[in-house]
Write a protein that binds this ligand. Sequence first.
Ligand code: CTP
Ligand code: CA
Length: 225
Amino acid sequence: EQINHPPSLFAGKKILITAGPTREALDPVRYISNHSSGKMGYAIAEAAQKMGAEVTLVSGPVSISPPANIELISVISAQEMHDAVMAHIQTQDIFIGCAAVADFRLTDIPTHKVKKKAGLLTLSFEQNPDILKTVAALSNPPFTLGFAAETHDVEAYAKGKLERKKLNMIAANDVSSSDLGFNSDRNALTVITKNNTISLPAASKYALAIELLKLLNNEYSANQN
Ligand code: CTP
Ligand code: CA
């Protein structure tokens, strides 16, 4: 596959990207998580770095290698991801929330391994912080790009998230199809801004990352004036 990197679109810019899943402990030996591979976020991190950005990648547990010449911060839980992002966000020009962050965590994590016993096991959950929403609500926020993983009514739900979280852009992907999105090497995106909806057709996650970053740069540049 032939990839042409637009030269240095992000020279001098700092971009913070979240990627991968988070894990929420159920006890010292168990967790719940999701099928995010981290591939989309890692592809965006690599492409942004090649396009001249100084990239910080805050990543949940994944099995892929980090791109070269970026700062990698590895985290496990949503709370840890939130804390790592908040510790670095003040100096960033652009925030890209690509991680599949767990919405809930256990209210109380048992200190010992839970033993098997007869009957039902009932667990109680509370909400994790919404990292993207918190970043967008800062008094002097960076430019924000969110993702929306949807199985149906993709555009409508994504548009709702753009407005509710007060984002500059959102990239929606349909995770109902098994050969695109979560865990796949390919993806397709619908990119939504306040005034525009643009479809990026199915391609490798790296090729898609380049196209997405070109759109982001257009919007970011327009916002600076
Ligand atoms: N996100 C986040 N922190 C969370 C949950 C989500 O930063 N605690 C970010 C994701 O990284 C993504 C965007 O918010 O960029 C949308 O995530 P998604 O799960 O699609 O939306 P939610 O707002 O969590 O709503 P729901 O899961 O109910 O669809
Ligand atoms: Ca969610």
